[in-house]
Design a protein around this ligand. Structure first.
Ligand SMILES: [Zn+2]
Length: 246
């Protein structure tokens, strides 16, 4: 598994290094992968976490003005560009989750992003489906990064190594796409949550909850009733940490 994760990071690192117009792309990729290997020994990290750290540092450097300025000298031709360049607060990404990222998709909904999952679509068809629907593909499959529609910049892919925890994956995706926290969406179906008067939904509120909660929301997609209870008190700090890249 580590071999496939390293292959995925090599693709991600190579694209970012090339985007910053580094003079020796292949040499820099080898140097960074070697640095990750040294980290595994120096800090006892597994290779996926060491590569994640090296990649994240590279991404943060590339996103700084100096790195971005070098890349801006390129002609504005179509082609691969970093994921954080593709979206902004007015045009947030909407995700299509492959089956391996269904749980991560729930967290992204809690962070306020649409994240669809459709088990009826065969795995090999997901990239084309995402492209056709204007969605970013969320996946743990490194092979997807090699697809032509990804290499040429047509399809945005948020790739996360399967060896990371869900929270680590969430921090990686939110950093890659520079996502801030938005209004939470329904974690079950992704629908928008609409505030409702307590009295209007009182019949559906568990009696003990009604004693201490006054704000309620109904999902516009699945009609579930929500309130920010003890469950949310665990989720909210994790979302805030992921948005900070922690
Ligand atoms: Zn819902």
């Amino acid at each position: 598994m580590d071999g496939r994760i390293e292959a995925g990071f090599r693709i991600q690192i190579r694209r970012l290094v090339a985007w910053t117009r580094h003079a020796d792309v292949e040499g820099e990729v080898e140097r960074l992968v070697e640095r990750a290997r040294l980290l595994t020994q120096a800090e006892g990290l597994g290779l996926p976490r060491a590569l994640t750290r090296v990649y994240t540092e590279l991404r943060e450097q590339a996103a700084r003005p100096a790195g971005a300025a070098a890349a801006d000298e390129r002609p504005p031709a179509a082609g691969w560009r970093p994921p954080w360049h593709r979206f902004d607060a007015a045009h947030p990404p909407r995700f299509l989750c492959d089956p391996s990222t269904a749980g991560l998709g729930r967290w992204l909904r809690a962070a306020g992003y649409e994240a669809a999952a459709d088990a009826s679509i065969p795995g090999h068809r997901l990239p084309e489906e995402a492209l056709a629907r204007g969605l970013a593909l969320l996946t743990t499959e490194a092979e997807v990064l090699e697809r032509r529609i990804v290499a040429n910049g047509s399809l945005a892919v948020a790739w996360v190594p399967s060896a990371l925890t869900m929270r680590e994956q969430l921090a990686l995706v939110m950093g890659d796409l520079a996502l801030g926290l938005r209004e939470p969406r329904c974690m079950v179906c992704g629908g928008a949550l609409v505030a409702r008067e307590k009295e209007a939904v009182r019949a559906r509120i568990p009696p003990r909850t009604a004693l201490w909660k006054d704000e309620y929301y109904v999902c516009s997609g699945c009609d579930r009733l929500f309130w920010q209870g003890t469950h949310w008190e665990r989720i909210a700090p994790a979302l805030a940490a992921a948005a900070r890249g922690a």
